[in-house]
Ligand binder design. Structure first.
Ligand SMILES: [Zn+2]
Length: 388
């Protein structure tokens, strides 16, 4: 029987009708717009640090309380508009809470980078290839590169808070956007697909019909290894130009990995009919797995997070859903008899062999089988909760 928390999370995921994502669009501010934006973002950051110090001193995390206590001071000292001043309190509150839940709030949270939050239709608006943003120097109009993002300008998408990011001299507008998707039919028994992320296969899947798919990771692994070696050589050099190249290589690797993830997730999701439930390990699992193995994983934590996000996103667009389950022992438990032992798995040979019943298969496949089973049990538990 899956844990209550897993069941609650699964229920939420199955019921989800809102698809959220971050749209990243290039912007081309001129010199004076850049100065205005940077000044605003630096001021916002400074205001956040001011609030953060007080929050820590008085151990306050509620945006409402901080706001009541400090609004006047912050508004006067930093000179931002009402909306933006209010938003600094939410930013600080969220950051402090995150540290507090991790039991990590041992000193005031520090905001290092210039950063600000613009609210749609209040602090920014988008028209005909440009975005108008409120700054401390007044409104600025900045050209926006729409190409590749046309779909987000459809009325079905709702635009939310925006941020501005800079990567290697290129400026981006990052907007949280949402849209509604159709609900998952609850009455039918869905096809369930266990999705394991591994070292030799990027993905291994096992579905409730008993089919397995392997998505090969060898080419990805080699290319990542090459990037890894290159990065190591450059970081040993330590020169300024090596630093610059390091950054460029990191970005190139990221783009390439995102493209790989895009293609894999699309292939996976589209190979099943709408209404399918994909079962993935939650993130904590992968971190533990790569630590334990001490080996170079085909996917790093961020690449896995990206892949998972893309599977989730494409599944929802396709009328399917994803749920996550804790990965405990999925790679050492026998999918046939349930016997669990570290000895069941031979990492070197990539083989799973049950010490009790003798069932033998590929080790990633065994993990995918267990994920499928866990998913089916979780969905049954969600249903049972409704029937009772
Ligand atoms: Zn067994």
């Amino acid at each position: 029987m899956p844990k209550q928390k897993t069941i609650i999370n699964a229920e939420k995921a199955l019921k989800k009708t809102e698809l959220c994502l971050t749209a990243k669009m290039k912007i081309q501010p001129d010199k004076s717009a850049k100065a205005a934006l940077l000044r605003t973002m630096r001021t916002y950051r400074n205001a956040c640090n001011h609030i953060s110090n007080v929050a820590f001193k008085h151990q306050m995390t509620k945006a409402f309380s901080l706001h009541r206590y400090l609004y006047g001071t912050v508004r006067e000292k930093y000179g931002m508009g009402a909306q933006m001043t209010q938003s600094t309190f939410r930013t600080v509150s969220a950051a402090c809470r995150a540290q507090k839940t991790k039991n990590n709030w041992t000193r005031a949270v520090k905001f290092h980078y210039p950063h600000a939050v613009w609210l749609h239709q209040r602090d920014y608006s988008v028209t005909d290839g440009s975005v108008k943003l409120r700054t401390l120097n007044g409104w600025v109009n900045v050209p926006l590169v729409i190409q590749g993002h046309e779909e987000y300008f459809d009325d079905i998408w709702k635009w939310g808070a925006a941020r501005i990011k800079m990567y290697g001299g290129v400026w981006f507008l990052e907007v949280a956007i949402t849209r509604n998707v159709s609900t998952l039919p609850v009455s039918s028994t869905p096809t369930v697909v266990g999705v394991d992320v591994g070292l030799n296969f990027l993905l291994t899947t096992y579905d409730s019909e008993g089919n397995t798919q392997f998505f090969h990771g060898r080419a990805v692994k080699h290319r990542r290894q090459r990037y890894f070696n290159l990065r190591r050589t450059l970081s040993r050099k330590g020169t300024k130009s090596a630093q610059r190249r390091l950054g460029a290589i990191g970005r190139r690797e990221r783009r390439w990995m995102q493209d790989v993830n895009h293609r894999i997730s699309k292939t996976l999701v589209c190979s099943y009919p709408p209404g399918t439930v994909f079962v993935l390990e939650d993130l904590k699992g992968l971190n533990a797995k790569s630590r334990k193995s001490g080996r170079y994983y085909a996917l790093t934590a961020w690449a896995y997070a990206d892949l998972r996000e893309k599977i989730e996103y494409k599944a929802m667009q396709h009328g399917s859903r994803t749920i996550t389950v804790p990965p405990e022992y999925t790679s050492q438990t026998c999918p046939k008899c349930g016997y669990q032992s570290q000895d069941n798995r031979n990492r070197k040979k990539h083989e799973f062999k049950c010490r009790q019943c003798g069932y033998t298969t590929n080790d990633d496949r065994a993990a995918a089988m267990n994920l499928c089973k866990l998913g089916e049990e979780t969905i049954r538990a969600v249903r049972a909760g409704h029937d009772s």
